[in-house]
Design a protein around this ligand. Structure first.
Ligand SMILES: O=C(O)c1cc(C(=O)O)c2c(n1)C(=O)C(=O)c1cc(C(=O)O)[nH]c1-2
Ligand SMILES: [Ca+2]
Length: 560
């Protein structure tokens, strides 16, 4: 796989060589073969089992190149299979040590292909490059110390010969950073911590570009300031900028860290050559609800007042859908994409939330029994209006498709201090539904107005990514075990298939032997069964699993 293959990934149809079907992350394939009229003929071709006694959440997006499909699975495993038959070519198991500290299930969201390598991150915070043909380890690099809470769950991104990655560990007081390595050797080119005050690295030398001082943090709190870059990034060739989201500040108890706490809960744009932060936009300054701002920032052309604006959009965990100028981070608009939000009254004209202090958990030193502060019911819950699961942009309908959840939480604050390898929260919480009939909600959103054009409601929380196709279809999975297709214009459900376990992964599509294929990993898990509170109870009956499902539209059916 070459840089050119990756740069053209959004346009080519016979392979998928990047997370997001192109580094911009639109998750749109131009393949037109499959439509609402012939989708009845979309049939399973094979199902490949990930095996093993342990299953858990399967969030991986596969890659396909030259008849080989590459996919990662729970517990830091990876496979190459024949993309036509599902026959196994190789399997890799990272054999994790005791004591790893992933906060939110043993997931992996996918790998990257470059040159002759398949590269992915493991839960013990290592980056592994395998020979794509044999699955043998070519190199393996320590990202950081898993005993301090560092972990790795997202898919690496390749930008012009460099591997761009982040880190997980925001619940353990790590400091988030974005890194670039030489994609062939794995050697570090630059490291960019995202929390003010920290010094990065460029070509082996110290480099301070995050913020000169820790001015938006009190005292020493920036030292364990969080901002984990745990959900991967996107890249836009037109602006030559890498876009990354940053997670919650540490600890969750916001009374311990007055100030904006930059750049936690933000989007930042970085120079791919140096890692310099070119702009930052903080969606939740002084976050008090674990509203990690890691949600992917997706580039698109916004038509407004007869002009085309180089924009980007992101559906934030805090419940607002933001459109920014992707050249400079300037705020364009923010509109709610969930039906209820109470922590902010609105987003002001400068892009800053107008807080409603009634819904920030109370200061434990001034309320409650002095240990446990007074609880509030805040909406959305800390698992967010949207969590990790990627949105999709369809350039035909000019709509964004956002997998969201409608829920709230009881949350209170407690005292806490940093201890290596221990949870650094200072908060207790229980997630609760806010509607009787549904939590999950897939919404088609017009980015020019923020208006919801259609909505599909799902009983269980939606936890999988979205895919759009040139044939006018929108795909996503449900915890109830269905891969579903909708008419991208109207939202009408036009197809579904039961895979036997929850679908919390991102589907892909590709063309092979003149036929359109669709594939998705299956396996219930992720953060909901672990942290979902009362919501987790309602999903307790969902069976675990671990497999990859491939579907195709046979030629005979397509031409009928
Ligand atoms: O702050 C962090 O480092 C961090 C990491 C991760 C992760 O790596 O999966 C999640 C979260 N936070 C998180 O807050 C969260 O809700 C979450 C859900 C999931 C998932 O895969 O279902 N991961 C994570
Ligand atoms: Ca987090």
């Amino acid at each position: 796989v070459t840089d050119e293959d990756i740069a053209n990934d959004a346009k080519t149809v016979d392979d998928v060589v990047s997370y997001g079907l192109g580094n911009q992350g639109q998750r749109y394939s131009p393949i037109k073969t499959l439509t609402r009229d012939n989708i009845k003929g979309l049939i399973p071709a094979y199902s490949f089992s990930f095996g093993g006694e342990k299953q858990r959440g399967q969030e991986s997006q596969p890659l396909v190149k030259d008849g080989v499909l590459y996919i990662t699975g729970s517990y830091s495993r990876a496979w190459a299979i024949n993309s036509r038959t599902g026959e196994k070519i190789w399997e890799y198991n990272a054999r994790l040590p005791e004591g790893i500290l992933p906060c939110c299930d043993v997931v992996n969201r996918g790998g990257a292909l470059y040159d002759n390598l398949f590269i992915f991150g493991t839960l013990d915070a290592k980056l592994v490059a395998l020979d794509a043909k044999t699955g043998k380890v070519v190199w393996k690099k320590d990202v950081d110390d898993f005993k301090a809470g560092f972990s790795f769950t997202s898919a690496p991104m390749i930008v012009k010969g460099k591997i761009i990655t982040g880190v997980s560990g925001g619940e353990f007081g790590i400091v988030g950073r974005v890194e670039a390595r030489d994609a062939k050797t794995g050697e570090i080119v630059w490291k960019r911590p995202v929390i003010e005050g920290h010094v990065g690295e460029l070509n082996g030398k110290p480099s301070t570009m995050t913020g000169k001082t820790n001015e938006s943090w009190p005292g020493d709190m920036w030292k364990y300031g969080g901002g984990a870059t745990w959900n991967g990034g996107t890249y836009d060739a037109e602006t030559n900028l890498i876009y990354y989201g940053t997670g919650n500040p540490g600890p969750w108890n916001s009374w311990l860290r007055p100030g904006d706490n930059k750049w936690s809960a933000s989007r930042i744009a970085l120079d791919p050559e140096t890692g310099e932060i070119k702009w930052g936009f903080q969606t939740t300054p002084h976050d008090g609800w674990d509203y990690d701002g890691v949600n992917e920032f997706v580039s698109f052309d916004l038509q407004k007042g007869g002009k085309t604006i180089k924009a980007g959009a992101t559906a934030d965990r805090n419940g607002f859908f933001y459109v920014l100028d992707r050249t400079n981070g300037k705020f364009i608009s923010a509109t709610p994409f969930v039906s209820k939000i109470n922590w902010a009254k609105e987003i002001g004209p400068d892009g800053r939330p107008v807080y409603d202090d009634n819904f920030r958990p109370k200061d434990p030193s001034k309320s409650g029994d002095g240990k446990k502060g007074d609880s509030v019911f805040a909406v959305p819950s800390f698992l967010g209006g949207k969590n990790w699961m990627p949105i999709s942009y369809n350039p035909d309908t000019k709509l964004f498709y956002v997998p969201s959840n409608e829920w709230g939480m009881d949350i209170h604050n407690e005292p806490v201090s940093y201890k290596k390898g221990a949870a650094y929260l200072g908060a207790g919480f229980t997630i609760k539904p806010i509607f009787e009939d549904h939590i999950g909600s897939l919404k088609a959103i017009d980015p020019t107005s923020g208006k919801v054009v259609w909505e599909y409601k799902n009983k269980a929380p939606l936890w999988g990514g979205v895919l759009n196709t040139g044939g006018g279809l929108t795909f996503t999975g449900t915890p109830e075990g269905f891969l579903k297709a909708f008419d991208a214009k109207t939202g009408e459900e036009v197809w579904k298939f039961q895979v036997g376990t929850g679908v919390v992964a991102s589907p892909i599509t590709w063309e092979q032997d003149g036929e359109q294929w669709v594939g998705v990993a299956a396996g219930w898990g992720g953060a909901v069964p672990l942290w979902g509170g009362e919501v987790a109870k309602s999903t307790a009956g969902i069976n675990q699993g671990g497999s990859f499902w491939a579907f195709k539209l046979p030629k005979e059916v397509a031409s009928r």
